[in-house]
Design a protein around this ligand. Sequence first.
Ligand code: SF4
Ligand code: SF4
Length: 223
Amino acid sequence: MIAPGVMLYQTSQASSSSKQPRWGLLIDTNMLNESDIDACVSACQREHGWSSAPGSKTDAQWIRKVKLTDPESGHARFLPMMCQHCEDPPCVDVCPTGASFKRQDGIVLVNKHTCIGCRYCMMACPYKARSFIHETLQDQLAVAPRGKGTVESCTLCVHRIDRDGANAEPACAEAINQGDRKAIWFGDLHDPQSEISQRLQALGAIKLRADMGLNPGVRYQGL
Ligand code: SF4
Ligand code: SF4
């Protein structure tokens, strides 16, 4: 391993073999209010050491709060928006150095050692999921090395996944899945017996901008 989530033997193109897990998230927006999304964002910030100063236009945003309002009824719904860990990620296609890559388990990452900061991936990402680091950083966390002049985005909390596998719970999910209440499921989309697959099979979900054919690993209910 050369950095959290980055292993030399995994930096080649990912296989689409169904034997590999494909990690994903299922988010039930019916269960989420505005303060829940704020809790998700705060948890991600704490976990990875990024921050978002009020009014700043250059801060990192690994996860954003998105508000959808029905123009007829005025009803508002809130959802967390992060890297969708696309099966066919355009951010990987355009990267000239291979720094933007997809692991065999479907997690899309940036290798900070080889990112040259060209930001092609930011332009290619239709979900605006990536950020560029403009400022010199200090006091970084070991689980999330960051660097001025490189691009970053949600890692699906890859350090937790590499430690706990299918039992992992990303920080954003952990922040709101309390007691019997659950609103974000993490798991293996390729395993029909996993809780996330069972729930998808029973209740369905949508992929944001499914028309683009990127097959994101993050799915939403209630939209
Ligand atoms: S959401 Fe954007 S950054 Fe994430 S995998 Fe898809 S194209 Fe890449
Ligand atoms: S999965 Fe982890 S890195 Fe991604 S938005 Fe949630 S807390 Fe942040």
